[in-house]
Write a protein that binds this ligand. Structure first.
Ligand code: PEP
Ligand code: CO
Length: 449
């Protein structure tokens, strides 16, 4: 196990530059909210975090595969039982496809139960000739384009904590209480997906799993086992608001080590991954698995320094590098990165985010992504890894279980002019349930090669 870093405290990040922090208008109210959160119970536990890290260590060598997904930005209003259930369901379905057809155990991590804060390229935006603060996620302000709605309100962090707790509670109930049982793979096929070609492929696969379970039972294996009747599911979000993350950073009573107990896995975004920045300093001292987004602005030497700072002992499962170059740039940026990191001997889970490098604005002025670009970036990611002798260890999506029309293409070939039919996101466009499942079938082929 990795030792705690010397010189680090949960507030040492304050000596470094923290980008992307909201301009809280009232410091006293901000401190009060942070103080309240630091007295509240942790959302996840050190033992669970260690379990995830051990599983991720297997993905380094290709003995497991990471599936991470959820909304770009969770809405407070979508913290409902159906909202959480549908997202969980699509991730579990994708995992079934990837593990059964792809032949590898799948580590399921949601962008959920705390994915409430967003980095923005600009502090303000112009709406009808008026300059207003940018929307920074429901934990900071409200998406309505008015001056007052966009004022950062620290009580939203407290509300975010409670909604994350409510989300985790229902996730734990669903995954432990039988909803996530493999016996139910067929029942998860929603009406909507059932009537599509993708739904029928899924149904065939679910039937095979049913038959396999039945066969095990017939020959005397006990299928009433936690591995079969409970799904393991972990949470993650971008560790952006460092005051909030610090408030949930706790010392594990059994080991004396520090963990950020706001989620099992935290990631650092493309905009806040400076080696000498506050986000990297903060995350260098907590022992959670850490993801780092890597986009086309990457300098290989910086990535090396980052990995050295975050994982000086080269512990497997600690670092996931999530590349997000875009379908047209991945061939330029990924091969040399993989090669250099391999040469250094770093233990890394390589994961592909095929979303953030492929965003564009459609003629209808909706922010969107094309299904084919997403698929193409993943295919390149696999091909390049195989060519370099490295391991494609995971995929990272923005998706929802709802029948949204936010990304174009896919089996139903959603067109630009159809985006408006059910465009729900306040932030980036997500794959809907059917598009997500379609991707899973394709990725399963790539894993199996
Ligand atoms: C995100 O994952 O929503 C995000 C903002 O990603 P990135 O930091 O890679 O741009
Ligand atoms: Co996003």
């Amino acid at each position: 196990m990795t030792a705690q870093k010397t010189g680090w405290t949960k507030s040492s990040w304050k000596n470094y530059t923290a980008l992307q922090q909201p301009n809280w208008p009232n410091q006293e109210l901000y401190e009060q909210a942070i103080g309240s959160i630091s007295n509240l119970p942790p959302l996840v536990f050190a033992g669970e975090i260690r379990t995830l890290k051990d599983m991720l260590a297997k993905a380094v060598d290709g003995e497991a595969f990471l599936l991470q997904g959820g909304s770009c930005s969770e809405d407070f209003a979508n913290c409902t039982a159906p909202g959480v259930r549908e997202t969980l369901k699509v991730i579990l379905q994708m995992a079934v496809v990837l593990s059964y057809a792809g032949g590898k155990p799948v580590i399921k991590v949601g962008r959920i139960a705390g994915q409430y804060a967003k980095p923005r390229s600009s502090d303000t935006e112009m709406v009808d000739g008026l300059e207003i603060s940018s929307y920074r996620g429901d934990m900071v302000n409200s998406p309505e384009p008015t001056v007052t709605a966009r004022i950062p309100d620290p009580d939203r962090m407290l509300k975010g904590y409670y909604l994350a707790a409510a989300t985790l509670n229902i996730l734990r109930a669903y995954t432990r209480g039988g909803f996530g049982a493999l016996h139910r793979v067929n029942a998860w096929n929603t009406e909507f997906v059932k009537t599509s070609p993708m739904g029928r492929s899924y149904e065939r696969l679910a039937k095979q799993i049913d038959q396999a379970l039945h066969f095990m039972k017939v020959i005397g294996f006990e299928t009433d086992h936690p591995l079969i009747n409970q799904a393991s599911f972990f949470t993650s979000h971008e560790a952006l608001l460092l005051g909030y993350e610090e408030a949930l950073t706790r010392q594990d009573s059994t080991t004396g080590l520090w963990y950020d107990c706001s989620a099992h896995m935290l990631w650092i975004g493309e905009r806040t991954r400076q080696v000498d920045g506050a986000h990297v300093e903060f995350l260098s001292g907590v022992l959670n698995p850490i993801g780092v987004k890597i986009g086309p602005s990457r300098e290989i030497d910086d990535v090396k320094r980052l990995v050295e700072k975050l994982n000086p002992e080269n512990e497997a499962g600690r670092i996931t590098l999530i590349t997000r170059f875009g379908a047209s740039k991945i061939e330029k940026y990924l091969p040399s990165l993989l090669r250099e990191m391999k040469r250094e001997g770093y233990k890394i889970v390589w994961s592909c985010d095929p979303m953030h490098g492929n965003t564009y604005t459609a003629d209808s002025s909706h922010k969107t992504r094309n299904f084919n670009d997403i698929l193409q970036e993943i295919q390149c990611f696999f091909d390049i890894n195989w060519a370099e002798g490295t391991v494609p260890g995971g995929i990272h999506f923005e998706l929802t279980g709802d029948n949204v029309t936010e990304c174009v293409g896919g089996g139903r070939n959603i067109l630009d002019q159809q985006l408006k039919q059910n465009y729900q996101t306040n932030c980036d466009p997500r794959l809907n349930a059917e598009q997500s499942l379609e991707i899973a079938f394709q990725v399963a082929e790539m894993i199996r090669r």
